[in-house]
Design a protein around this ligand. Structure first.
Ligand code: UDP
Length: 236
């Protein structure tokens, strides 16, 4: 028996016969600006599933705990059931997007140190930025959760900077979500890591290989994601 549990902007989640396992289906929909801009791209689900699978395999090889189990079809994965910590964790290595706007900085300037930002996951509120005190006072997460999230986020950043660097790509910034396994409560990386949730630039030309091509009408999204996938697949 398989029941649709949740439909998001880019994915559907289904139950499986095992209560600790869910099936994720990647959709062809693309959205930006909190759902205000929308389009459907043939092949997007397949591309994000393939890119995300490659990334989760590399994270697992580096002993990072994730919810990922296996890719089971062109557009589907099996993942471990988690309860999501309602924080979007943004990790930044280079100035771009909202950081550039907020501080009046030029996009593309390397940050001397990595910045981690927390946003409270709430579509109605537009994901407001929060700090540790908000997270603790509003009981969004515990001190232990926040420490573990920071530790894992920095390690993910190291592993992914190396992976993308080998593909000739700069990891500018990206968003992570964490969850607690239904089976034993352990904190693990969840959700997806894909060009929908990362900024990835060619190291030399700064050509964009992520969803900004759609947000800013720069290039064709499936062609861009295909280019990214083939560059990642060339990394052993
Ligand atoms: N991001 C995301 N989901 C969000 C907000 C941001 O995946 O709801 C990712 C985004 O793709 C980028 C990074 O987080 O890689 C930083 O995004 P930023 O805060 O600069 O916001 P944006 O400019 O995308 O609105």
């Amino acid at each position: 028996m398989s029941e649709l549990l949740y439909e998001g902007k880019a994915k559907k989640m289904f139950s499986t016969d095992d209560p600790n396992v869910l099936r994720v289906e990647y959709k062809n929909d693309a959205t930006a600006f909190n759902g205000k801009k929308k389009a459907v791209f043939q092949g997007k689900g397949r591309l994000n599933n393939a890119i995300c699978t490659k990334i989760f395999h590399v994270l697992q090889e580096n002993n990072l705990p994730t919810h990922f189990i296996d890719k089971i079809s062109e557009t589907e994965q099996l993942v471990k059931a988690v309860s999501i910590v309602p924080i979007e964790v943004v990790i930044r290595n280079v100035v771009a997007g909202s950081l550039a706007k907020r501080f009046g900085l030029d996009e593309g300037v390397s940050l001397g140190r990595t910045i981690i930002e927390f946003y409270y996951k709430s579509d109605e509120l537009g994901d407001p930025m929060i700090n540790d005190d908000h997270a603790l006072a509003l009981k969004i997460a515990t001190e232990e959760d926040l420490a573990e999230i920071r530790r894992q986020a920095l390690k993910v950043n190291d592993v992914l900077q190396s992976l993308f660097s080998e593909a000739g790509i700069l990891l500018v910034d990206f968003k992570l979500e964490f969850g607690k396994l239904k089976s034993n409560g352990a904190l693990v990386l969840a959700d997806e890591i894909s060009p929908d949730s990362c900024r990835l630039w060619d190291k030399e030309t700064h050509e964009k290989l992520d969803k900004d091509v759609f947000r800013r009408n720069i290039a064709d999204l499936p062609e861009t994601y295909e280019k990214l996938l083939s560059r990642l697949e060339a990394v052993k």
